[in-house]
Design a protein around this ligand. Structure first.
Ligand code: PMP
Length: 431
């Protein structure tokens, strides 16, 4: 599959944009080669600047639950833009959005919109610090919470792919307040809490980790964290930026039945428009400005175009809960088909799946932590990635990212993917 136009545009991009991309995870650094420049997308397919058709398993890194260019979303965006792209005043659509999200997510009394997932997670930490009067935060190795300073310590996603999980530019003072535990290890959290008694404001995690591949919480892990938080007066924060509205209408909070004190959302909540949000109980959120002393703001927060897009998507998900059964069924077909093909070609693979989030790791299983994830054969993944691309399947360009299935990944799309994997692995065996 040739892509000369993408190569030309990438070269051009490098002249004006650092590394040619506006977000590192797009750069193909983990797999090598040139990122494709997309022109449009519809349903389960993306079309690049060379006219190649690609089955999409990134889904804009999560939000395209109903597929690209979902008609109700497109219509909502068009109508909203006709009424102005921004007012900088309250609007009724913000009320409707807040009401809808609070109705979907258990224990969410109040929600504040932001413009990205990063802003949302940063705000949860500030709220937790303001609420508890403590400074330290516990996060988990391999989880990614955006590029806020406090989170760029042993981070996942692009930071991990680039081999820079801890970034220069983060001050020693900030780094010292971020403590890192092992995902799925309650003991590692207990130890940190005991060593830092009365100093920890919050524990933040991806309740389904999607930034080191897909790694679900082990039975009892979330419950154990809840209990430890209660014992130590620490707030529990679920970063639902990826899994919110995806693993269930009410996200991981609903799926696992464990109640966090604060939640961060992003991506999905704006149907692909630049949106994030954070929220929690009335009591915790009462510290947020202008009612409380913890400052948080945004000129474009609650933007009418973004809110309209999000409302259209979430409204659809609420109206049609069968979507989640369909996603489960299609994703299981993909999972089983891929496992069969890997087995046929004698490939060692471990995998995890939560609903429509999937992770394949080229190593022995089980994969339950960052240490396990690190065993995956990244060189093999890179070859597999490029062979799949040649067959018209666009996987996330990193061994450490989850694959996302949309409602438009029907039987034909899934079968095409499985056949492509069969061909890709056959061609790899020859080289
Ligand atoms: N948290 C999680 C779990 C994420 O996956 C991401 C983005 N990949 C973020 C936070 C940051 O969101 P954004 O890129 O919108 O700032």
């Amino acid at each position: 599959m040739p892509y000369p136009n993408s190569q030309k545009y990438f070269e051009e991009a490098g002249k004006f944009i650092p590394g040619g991309v506006n977000s590192p995870a797009r750069a193909f650094k983990g797999v090598g080669g040139t990122p494709l420049f997309m022109k449009k997308a519809e349903g389960a397919f993306m079309y690049d600047e060379d006219g190649n058709e690609l089955i999409d398993y990134i889904g804009s890194w999560g939000p395209m639950i109903l597929g690209h260019a979902f008609p109700a979303v497109v219509e909502a965006v068009r109508n909203a833009a006709l009424g102005s792209t921004s007012f900088g005043t309250p609007t009724v659509i913000e009320n409707r959005m807040a009401e809808l999200v609070c109705s979907l997510v258990p224990g969410l009394d109040k929600i504040r919109m932001t413009n990205s997932g990063t802003e949302a997670t940063m705000s949860t930490i500030r709220v937790a610090r303001g609420y508890t009067g403590r400074d330290k935060v516990i996060k988990f190795e391999g989880c990614y919470h955006g590029h806020g300073d406090a989170f760029l310590i042993k981070a996942g996603s692009g930071a991990l792919t680039l081999g820079q999980p801890s970034s220069p530019g983060v001050t020693a003072g900030t780094a010292k307040d971020t403590l890192t535990a092992d995902y799925n290890s309650i003991d590692s959290v207990r130890k940190l809490l005991e060593e830092n008694r009365d100093e920890v404001a919050a524990i933040i995690l991806e309740p389904v980790a999607g930034n080191m591949g897909c790694v679900p919480p082990k039975k009892g892990f979330l419950e154990g964290l809840r209990k430890l938080c209660d014992e130590h007066g620490v707030l529990l924060i679920f970063d639902e930026v990826m899994c919110g509205f995806r693993v269930a209408p009410g996200g991981a909070t609903e799926r696992y039945g464990v109640q966090p004190d604060l939640m961060a959302f992003g991506k999905v909540i704006g149907a692909g428009m630049p949106v994030g949000a954070f929220g929690g109980s009335d009591e915790v959120m009462s510290v947020v400005s202008p009612n409380g002393p913890v400052y948080q703001a945004g000129t474009l927060s609650g933007n009418p175009v973004a809110m309209s897009a999000g409302l259209a998507l979430l409204g659809e998900l609420k109206k049609n809960p069968h979507i989640y059964d369909d996603l489960e069924a299609q994703s299981a077909k993909l999972e089983n088909g891929m496992l069969e093909v890997f087995e046929k070609h004698g490939i060692t693979v471990a995998n995890n799946r939560v609903g429509s989030m999937l992770g394949f790791f080229f190593c022995e299983g089980p994969v339950e932590s960052f240490a396990d994830v690190s065993r995956t054969d990244t060189k093999f993944f890179s070859r597999f990635f490029h062979s799949m691309l040649a067959e018209g399947v666009y996987l996330p360009p990193s061994a450490f990212e989850a694959w996302f299935v949309s409602h438009k990944h029907d039987d034909a799309v899934i079968q095409r993917t499985i056949d492509a994997a069969d061909k890709a692995l056959a061609s790899m065996n020859k080289t």
